[in-house]
Ligand binder design. Sequence first.
Ligand code: ADP
Ligand code: MG
Length: 268
Amino acid sequence: MLKAVQLRKDYHMGHTVVHALDGVDLHIPAGGFVAITGASGSGKSTLMHILGCLDRPTAGLLEFNGQRISGIGEKQLARLRNQHIGFVFQTFNLISRTSALDNVLLPLVYTRRAYRRKHALEALERVGLAARAKHTPSEMSGGECQRVAIARAIVNRPRLILADEPTGNLDTRTGDQIMAIFDELHAEGITIVLVTHEVDIAVRAQRIIRMQDGRIVEDHPVAPEQRQVVLASRGQGLPASGAIQPMQEPPAERGAVAGVLGVSATGE
Ligand code: ADP
Ligand code: MG
């Protein structure tokens, strides 16, 4: 599904250069479930942006489904993102004064008009929010917003989902509900790459990659026993109830959101 060879990403800040990615080699087979961990600033989000074709590397090779990304033009790249990749972010990136349904409709620009509503409602149903389709994100809890964002990510039935700290703004119990949805999507064959700080989230993946200073310093499978030990130790303490946190940052504007979804901000 994804193959990266010696990926580099430099950011120039005045006279200094930040090597956000410093030679990353990575292969993620179709159907994989990979967690990426590492300290803040280690390059996780930069890697996700490049794997998701939202940004281009300074150097190195990236292949998506055997196709070299570097040779593809912007329009084609936007279409590839729209059709094959779903994104989920820590701060949801929903359009705040637009209904859940309209948020989920946004990526459906290449779908025949007659099917759009049906597909969007099906996606909302998948995440248990069909009844709240008319509500706006400002009327929803953080967990509900993230479920809307997942519905938007899956509405085009992507083969790959990239999630950057999707539970970072949620309490433990709500985070578990979100992870249960990712587990289901993975069971259906969708490849999932998830950035997280939390060990008990990371062990739900099949494989954990740890980054440090723009490099991969660890890459190992998760043993089922390891997963059980971590999750069992968690289960002993009851999660705090009713502690759903409000959204902590204003949602991105339409333009920024549209770019991620591979659609134009001004409609079709
Ligand atoms: P993480 O997601 O692991 O916290 P990031 O990928 O966001 O790390 O950042 C990696 C490094 O690149 C950090 O040193 C960060 O300050 C720097 N960086 C990230 N994005 C930019 C940018 N747009 N401009 C300049 N530096 C950046
Ligand atoms: Mg980050």
